[in-house]
Design a protein around this ligand. Structure first.
Ligand code: UGA
Length: 439
């Protein structure tokens, strides 16, 4: 007699980057049989061997838990996933070189490879972040096959990927027919049963929800960073300003932290791709404010360099600068569009001796920024430094002992690019403390 779990659909996850690997591991943990596919054989070997090829708290442990169950397997061959009931498309859509638009060629390649193998009725679920209109194009590619296409945007944050996958704020199902909604409600039943809200919509709206969410978050960060620019001129304190705003429930305090601004593989490229798509659609005016959101964000990096130069008597050549942080945010080893490494490079290009330390992203930083110097600890990076720049708010930096660091530097200058250090504590230890948007 087949038990209830035997009736469960078999899942395939195509593309095992951040999104796909997390999704595959979490769905296997929920009890599904999952087969993960990636064209990168090294990535497949790592995952099959129990190693997550990027830093995500808890994911290695979860992979170690599900692998012995046999429910999660990996392949590089589309032939191996042809029999799955539900195919999740999780491939990347990076920014095109020299353009704002997203490169959807990985989506197209995955869809072509899959369409050529499908021999039975199935559901294809798009999770990749795409320019609106992509899903409709993908649906055409499956014409003539018994494929139900659904768009199910993903809102997971790096560093909180498992939590966001298993306990999301909401699930969005963009469907063409009731059959798509039924399939999604069945697949996500274990998550929906915990009370997670479900929004069912059309394909276009589902694709838009994702980019609209990231555009809003980027706008909120740039809004407070614009206020920081004003604060700097009138000697006001953006941290207090943000705190005072946060008590207004209509505004809220999340994503209202002023500092070096946003980076990563999502927010910057998503707002640019959104603008590029709006231009194609003839609604570029509607999103012209995102040009300013991007510009404010870039200006924070330039301001960080200027502030550092100002602290060092307007001379950067020959100065020794310690950079604390390389990842685009804490609890990640991701350095894509990292504000910290952008500032480090700018200072290096201006002639400073820059030494970078990060608890998780050193290997990635070394690979992509070979001209910079690296250290194995914050203290080692700070030896003989004329200035210390705090650019990614890892807990170990926030907890750092100002006196211990003060013993090794040449000059006690600290610039807090994330407004996360306790200014009074640093000043009490004789540091010259400066921050973005604060007196
Ligand atoms: C972002 C979104 O938050 C996720 O919902 C989305 O699913 C994901 O992109 C994606 O599109 O895949 P993530 O890139 O992991 O997630 O990073 P965030 O936590 O959003 O942080 C983005 C950047 O904003 C970081 O550089 C962070 O330091 C910066 N930030 C964040 C601020 O400067 N101030 C804030 O108040 C908050």
């Amino acid at each position: 007699m087949p038990g209830p779990t035997d009736a469960r659909p078999t899942l395939a996850v195509i593309g095992l980057g951040y999104l796909g690997a997390t999704h595959a591991i979490c769905m296997a943990d929920l009890g599904y049989d999952v087969i993960g596919l990636d064209v990168d054989a090294a990535r497949i070997d790592a995952l099959a061997g129990g190693t997550v090829p990027f830093f995500e708290p808890g994911l290695d442990e979860l992979l170690g838990k599900v692998l012995p169950t046999g429910r999660l397997t990996f392949t590089t061959s589309y032939d191996d996933i042809a029999a799955a009931d539900v195919h999740f498309l999780c491939v990347g859509t990076p920014q095109r070189k020299g353009e704002n638009a997203a490169d959807t060629s990985y989506v197209d390649a995955a869809v072509d490879s899959l369409a050529a193998r499908i021999t039975k009725p199935c559901v294809v679920v798009g999770k990749s972040t795409v320019p609106v209109g992509t899903a409709e194009r993908v649906a055409e590619r499956f014409a003539g096959l018994d494929v139900e296409l659904v768009w199910n945007p993903e809102f997971l944050r790096e560093g909180l990927a498992i939590e966001d996958t298993l306990h999301p704020d909401r699930l969005v199902f963009g469907v063409k027919a009731p059959r798509g909604e039924q399939a999604m409600r069945a697949v996500f039943a274990p998550i929906i049963e915990t009370g997670v809200p479900v929004v069912v919509t059309d394909l276009a709206t589902a694709q838009l929800v994702k980019v609209a969410a990231n555009a809003f978050l980027a706008t909120k960060i740039s809004f407070i960073n614009a206020m920081a620019e004003v604060c700097e001129v009138v000697h006001a304190d953006v941290k207090k300003l943000s705190e005072a705003l946060s008590y207004d429930e209509r505004i809220g305090g999340r994503f209202l932290h002023a500092g070096l601004g946003f980076g990563g593989g999502c927010l910057p490229k998503d707002i640019r791709a959104f603008m590029a798509r709006a231009e194609e659609l003839g609604v570029d005016q509607a999103l012209s404010f995102l040009t300013e959101v991007d510009a404010i964000n870039q200006r924070r990096r330039a301001r960080m360099v200027d502030l550092t130069r100002g602290l060092l008597d307007d001379t950067l050549p020959g100065r020794r600068i310690a950079i604390l942080g390389a990842a685009f945010k804490p609890h990640s080893d991701d350095i894509r569009d990292s504000p910290a490494l952008d500032v480090a490079s700018r200072l290096h290009d201006a002639g400073a001796h820059v030494t970078v330390y990060d608890p998780a992203a050193l290997a990635n930083a070394r690979r992509d920024y070979p001209a910079l110097a690296y250290a194995e600890s914050a203290v080692e990076a700070a030896v003989d430094a004329d200035a210390v720049l705090h650019l990614t708010e890892w807990p170990e930096f926030v907890r750092m002992d100002p006196a211990a660091l003060g013993d090794v530097v040449r000059q006690r200058n600290i610039v807090d690019g994330r407004n996360a250090l306790d200014a009074a504590r640093w000043r009490a230890a004789d540091w010259h403390y400066r921050a973005l948007g604060r007196p």
